[in-house]
Design a binder for this molecule. Structure first.
Ligand code: GRF
Length: 206
């Protein structure tokens, strides 16, 4: 029985698209049953519609508080009986009620090599600007389980890329994004195949 997956996005959804493509190619024993966004204009919602996947916008402003916003998201996850939650370019911090309900069942993609260049405020271009400003020689992407702290849960996969002399945040972002599009579907594939074992902070591929 394939794993029911909900994907949370805030932007263009190229990571979502990589997951959709992997699912449609039969590479993942899972089914994306819902795409949720906090941004009504997120192109990720359009990508879902194009592939016949239910899409839903949940407005933080309308709900008035982080708790109500995350309660509404949790209600959606339960409505569709999601068994795995994937954060694919999702900006809000996931509420602790969701983290508790989905322990070791929320996977996030971060565009750097955690524990470097991560944590509050480190998202999107801010990450690549910080890597270049620091003068780091490699960067990359990380998938990890989500716990109560930002970008802190057990690391599932990482892959590095070189930082080149003439890199700009855009050129580095593009190089990292190609890695993201590889390791996120692979991490989800491993999860759906029951091949991710968790031992404290460490995640083992069984
Ligand atoms: C990517 O850099 C991803 O790592 C970050 O959000 C950016 C856009 O992702 N979390 P996407 O194209 O919306 O999937």
């Amino acid at each position: 029985m394939s794993v029911r997956i909900a994907v949370l996005c805030s932007g263009g959804g190229t990571n979502l698209q990589a997951l959709i493509d992997a699912q449609e190619a039969g590479q993942i024993d899972g089914k994306i049953v819902l795409v949720l966004s906090n941004a009504s204009k997120a192109y990720a919602l359009e990508r879902a519609r194009k592939h016949g996947i239910e899409d839903k916008f949940i407005s933080k402003k309308q709900l008035g508080s982080d708790v109500a916003f995350n309660d509404a998201i949790l209600a959606e996850l339960r409505r569709v009986r999601a068994e795995l939650v994937v954060l694919a370019g999702y900006l809000p911090i996931v509420g602790e009620q969701i983290v508790r309900a989905y322990e070791h069942r929320i996977i996030n993609i971060h565009p750097a090599l955690i524990p470097a260049f991560c944590g509050p405020g480190m998202y999107g271009h801010h990450v690549h600007e910080a890597v270049l400003a620091y003068g780091a020689k490699i960067s990359g992407a990380t998938t990890h389980f989500v716990d109560e702290q930002v970008d802190h849960g057990g690391v599932i996969m990482q892959e590095s890329v070189p930082v080149l002399e003439d890199d700009t945040p855009d050129t580095l972002a593009a190089r990292v994004l190609t890695v993201e599009h590889r390791i996120l579907p692979e991490s989800v594939r491993l999860f759906c195949a029951g091949k991710l074992g968790v031992d404290g902070r460490r995640v083992h591929v069984l």
